[in-house]
Design a protein around this ligand. Structure first.
Ligand code: MN
Length: 206
């Protein structure tokens, strides 16, 4: 991945229809090829006339927003955040289609008691996010799991939490298939979490 300006649209790690029926192919195509592409293009456009920031990675930009010129701060925050969050989101989905195993299973049970309690807690957080944003399962430096929610394209990069999995609850992530039924989208999204990647995020960190 080119993690520096000019940023590139990363290919999806699976076909558009790989997550059917939980997430339909048309939603995936529009979400990736149009929404994510727009974040990439808008980020590059914002940075075009500022070569002094072309040596900063996506994460460095997001961690140092306050050092950027005010003219591009908000645009970089929203669009770099959009690129970062969507790259994580598309990468933690897949077709493995089973419940968590190994270390991640153990951590979930230690924190939430049961896998079902974890699902309920993440769903609650995702449902309560007013407007657009994300709900996350994250870990602190002691490997204690937390569920948090962020607005718009805010990330966890300026917190002490590292992401494990995240769900996009912007309407563009589900409206074509689920209309206004965010709860139904969330329920089905649990079927397409790639738990091998979630476990790698827990162990290796992001
Ligand atoms: Mn999205």
């Amino acid at each position: 991945m080119n993690n520096y300006y000019p940023f590139e649209l990363l290919p999806l790690p699976y076909e558009f229809d790989a997550l059917e029926p939980s997430i339909d192919a048309q939603t995936m195509e529009i979400h990736h090829d149009r929404h994510l592409k727009a974040y990439v293009d808008n980020l590059n456009a914002a940075l075009k006339d500022y070569p002094q920031y072309h040596c900063m990675s996506l994460e460095q930009l997001l961690r140092n927003l306050c050092k950027l010129p005010t003219a591009i701060q908000t645009t970089v925050k929203n669009n770099a955040g959009g690129v970062y969050n969507h790259n994580l989101y598309f990468n933690i989905m897949g077709t493995s289609n089973h419940k968590p195993m190994g270390r991640i299973k153990k951590s979930i049970e230690q924190t939430f008691g049961t896998y079902e309690n974890f699902e309920a807690a993440l769903k609650d957080s995702a449902l309560k996010r007013f407007g657009s944003g994300w709900a996350w399962l994250a870990t602190d430096s002691s490997y204690v799991l937390k569920i948090v929610s962020t607005a718009n394209q805010d990330t966890l990069l300026n917190t002490c939490l590292r992401p494990i999995i995240l769900i996009d609850v912007w309407e563009h992530a589900y409206y074509l298939k689920y209309k206004n039924k965010r709860a139904e989208y969330i329920d089905n999204w649990f079927n397409v979490i790639n738990w091998e990647k979630a476990e790698a995020n827990l162990i290796l960190g992001l």
